[in-house]
Write a protein that binds this ligand. Structure first.
Ligand code: FUL
Length: 479
């Protein structure tokens, strides 16, 4: 029997915009601005717009490369901390309109949004609240009005936006003052203009995983205490000079455990707040000639993919265009290698020829419901049972690679502990131990030969509900 408290936990479910966002899985960041031309990571707001002169900029080249990796979206740095706008904003002269790019007639936001639309991927905007160029910065409502105007331009003139990405960095503006951002006002405008967009990181929909290196926790929970909202924490941190005080807060995006039962038990308010892993394909966020040979290895990137997309989080991978306005050939090559790898690793689902059985089934929620990848149907054991044993068998031995498990997150995340066993001559042998499943868990088995697999859900908040089980054929190493 499960604990009474579990019922409270499984009442926390995602908004439809969060489900759409999570199913985007793997998408790119594109960091491009004056920094690309000054070889810096952060500008100072004093750069002349004249330095932005990408002679071969081609947003379609970015989108093609992004798609070749299997990514389904792209988020562009429309304005970074230096305040330079990649679109001709009416509210400042620090924009592409005053650059040599297309003699001031270019709009890089539009070109990118159009390329995404043309090639069928989602488009998102990064708009830095910190603006080192604008004179209004630090003047309270006056700057908020300006920021709202810029947000409105981005959210009305460029079609559908899937993510509005707010950075936590907050420093001084040109007059030496800091700005206290009116987050609630920003959020309200986004909800009004793009109700399907998720507000990420400094926002209520998607949480920062807590580092920029690509690391994930063993268990990335989507149900967390409300006070773990990064927006509040980062906003608060950004207004404090005393870091020690910040660290005293009980829940921080960097805590190792944000949502286990022990953490949630004593919390009154819980929210659905899934993690996003953001990192760059190179050491820096912006392009630097010196980093052309520092593109991360395929192994490293695939490992981050498995731990993020395959660990109940999403993966936002940055690729910075060069001064020419194109992705560098080394990055393009790596992206297509990622795509090829993933295509092979998730190509042949062996459940098509398998028989699946479960030790307990609620009427109408048969284990075969988990053969199709959607939330229309799912498997669940009899009422009151918070564990399950599922056996997948074939008549002949199979070469088994990745196993993919997905919960029916429409009814929250439930699984807390599971394991995978394979049948050997002398009985079951455990080959994997896991915690969270949530949206998706990839169990990477490296070419195991077996004709029977057992998945044991050992602990769950109320009855586990599995929407998808897939067992992929191992990729044969080429030599
Ligand atoms: C950070 C920024 O300061 C970096 O420049 C970059 O944009 C990264 C994604 O977020 O907070």
């Amino acid at each position: 029997m499960y604990l009474k408290n579990d019922e409270r936990l499984v009442q926390i479910t995602p908004h439809k915009r969060q489900i759409a966002h999570q199913s985007t899985e793997f998408y790119s960041f594109v960091h491009f601005t004056v920094n690309t031309f000054t070889d810096r990571e952060w500008g100072d707001g004093k750069e002349s717009p004249k330095i932005l002169s990408p002679e071969r900029l081609d947003a379609e080249q970015w989108v093609r490369a992004v798609k070749s990796a299997g990514m389904k979206g792209l988020i562009l740095t429309c304005k970074h901390h230096d305040g330079f706008c990649l679109w001709p904003s009416k509210y400042t002269k620090h924009t592409v309109e005053y650059s040599p790019y297309k003699q001031g007639k270019g709009d890089i936001v539009k070109e990118t949004a159009d390329a995404c639309k043309k090639h069928g991927i989602k488009f998102g905007v990064y708009l830095s609240p910190w603006d080192m160029n604008n004179e209004l910065y630090g003047r309270g409502k006056e700057y908020d009005d300006f920021f709202i105007n810029q947000l409105t331009e981005l959210l009305t003139n460029y079609g559908e936006i899937f993510s509005v990405w707010f950075d936590g960095a907050c420093g001084e503006g040109p007059n030496g003052k800091k700005q206290y951002y009116d987050w609630e006002r920003y959020y309200a405008r986004i909800r009004e203009l793009q109700p399907d967009a998720c507000i990420s990181v400094c926002g209520p929909d998607i949480r920062w995983c807590g580092n920029e290196a690509g690391h994930t926790r063993k268990a990335e929970w989507s149900v967390v205490p409300e006070r773990a909202k990064d927006s509040e924490i980062i906003a608060e941190k950004s207004q404090q000079t005393d870091d020690a005080e910040f660290r005293q807060r009980k829940v921080d995006a960097r805590d190792s455990d944000l949502g286990s039962r022990e953490i949630l038990e004593n919390e009154n308010a819980l929210i659905w707040y899934p993690a996003e892993v953001n990192t760059s394909i190179r050491p820096g966020w912006f392009w630097h000639e010196s980093e052309n040979d520092k593109v991360r290895s395929l192994d490293e990137l695939i490992n981050i993919y498995y731990n993020s997309v395959g660990g109940n989080a999403t993966f936002l991978l940055n690729i910075p265009p060069t001064k020419d306005g194109l992705f560098h050939e080394n990055d393009v090559k790596r992206l297509s290698e990622i795509g090829e790898y993933l295509d092979k690793a998730f190509k042949e689902n062996l459940t098509a020829t398998a028989t699946l059985t479960a030790d307990s089934t609620e009427e109408g929620f048969d284990i075969d419901n988990a053969l199709s990848d959607n939330y229309d149907s799912y498997y669940t054991p009899e009422k009151g049972k918070n564990n399950a044993e599922i056996i997948i068998s074939w008549q002949e031995n199979q070469n088994i690679g990745n196993i993919v498990l997905k919960e029916n997150i429409l009814n929250s995340q439930r699984v807390e502990e599971f394991s995978v066993d394979i049948m050997e001559e002398d009985g079951w042998k455990e080959v994997y131990k896991g915690t969270v499943i949530g949206y998706k868990r990839i169990v990477p088995l490296k070419n195991i030969t077996a004709s029977r697999i057992r998945i044991r859900i050992k602990d769950s908040r109320c009855e586990p509900q599995l929407s998808f089980i897939a067992v992929y054929k191992a990729v044969q190493e080429e030599n």
